[in-house]
Design a protein around this ligand. Structure first.
Ligand code: ZN
Length: 298
């Protein structure tokens, strides 16, 4: 019985070793900077600069560009891209400060969003992409191709790409200024007021970015893979904790059962001792003598 108790105690499963080291590395996200062109409204302070961009009626370029930036940011977030905006509200920001914000973000691609205008001829229309230097040409072409694809069903003419060296002179990453349509063209102004057309612009720019740098999709896959590994490890750790809890409970019960068994054995020994030693040998000896005496007599 004592042996059984010892076996019960020693056979309890021991707690597992601490969780293994992380088997994954979370990659740093791909960073893209977006510049919503223009910004800021007139205030009572005459020293405060403001820049609405193109204004047609009560429609202002600065509002369209900010909305386009938010739509593009939402699409890029689904690609696990970290998006940095040069402004997130109705704010006047100098071009040099905008570039400082882009540069500080560590962005690998940069687009500046605008809408076009042509004074004197409302018939002028179409989408144009500007690029500052030859090293941004292929990026501009990719954005242009993406836009041409998503704006085709709106019959937006593709005016292609054009060099504009005075824009973003300090840029050292692929840079493109997107002019998806003319606010001075009544048909395109009408489209630019529609949410689905703005979504199509954002989608076209996104497609261009994905085509320009396959790294965007690769980093996305790495992040998804690392997140899956992290989730699996978390599940394993939760399982280990539950095992450890079960083991602790089993050990407690093992100790209680063992103690009961030991107590029972000790009590049995004590009861046997109290009953005293048996007197059988004396009785038997007497009977034996008697039997011998009888046999001698016969
Ligand atoms: Zn503009």
């Amino acid at each position: 019985m004592l042996a059984a108790g010892v076996v019960l105690l020693t056979s309890m499963p021991t707690a597992r070793a601490a969780a293994a080291e992380p088997s994954f590395v979370m990659p740093s996200p791909y960073v893209i900077a977006i510049d919503p062109g223009h910004g800021g409204s007139a205030t009572n302070d005459p020293t405060q600069l403001w820049d609405p961009g193109v204004v047609v009626g009560n429609v202002m370029e600065k509002d369209i560009t900010l909305d386009l930036a938010f739509r593009l940011r939402a699409l890029l977030a689904k690609e696990r891209v970290k998006v940095v905006l040069t402004r997130t509200g109705d704010e006047y920001v100098e071009i040099s400060e905008r570039w400082n914000r882009v540069h500080a973000s560590g962005a690998r691609l940069f687009v500046s969003l605008h809408v076009n205008a042509f004074n004197g001829d409302p018939a002028i229309n179409g989408a144009t992409i500007f690029y500052p230097k030859p090293d941004s040409l292929s990026f501009a072409q990719a954005i242009d191709a993406g836009l041409a694809q998503t704006l085709k069903r709106y019959q937006i003419a593709d005016d292609g790409v054009a060099a504009k060296p005075e824009l973003w002179v300090r840029s050292d990453v692929p840079t493109a200024t997107v002019e998806p349509g003319y606010l001075s063209n009544p048909r395109e102004a009408g489209l630019l007021s529609q949410g689905d057309f703005r979504d199509a612009i954002a989608m076209g720019v996104l497609q261009g970015m994905l085509a320009a740098d396959p790294q965007i999709e690769q980093v996305k896959l790495q992040i998804i893979h690392a997140e899956a590994a992290a989730a699996a490890q978390h599940q394993a750790e939760v399982g280990t904790t539950a095992d450890a809890a079960r083991t602790a409970t089993a050990t407690r019960w093992g100790l209680i059962l063992g103690a009961i068994v030991v107590l029972w054995v000790v009590m049995r020994i004590a009861i046997r001792r109290q009953a005293g030693a048996p007197h059988l040998p004396q009785y038997r000896r007497r009977g034996y003598r008697r039997r011998r005496a009888v046999s001698r007599r016969s």
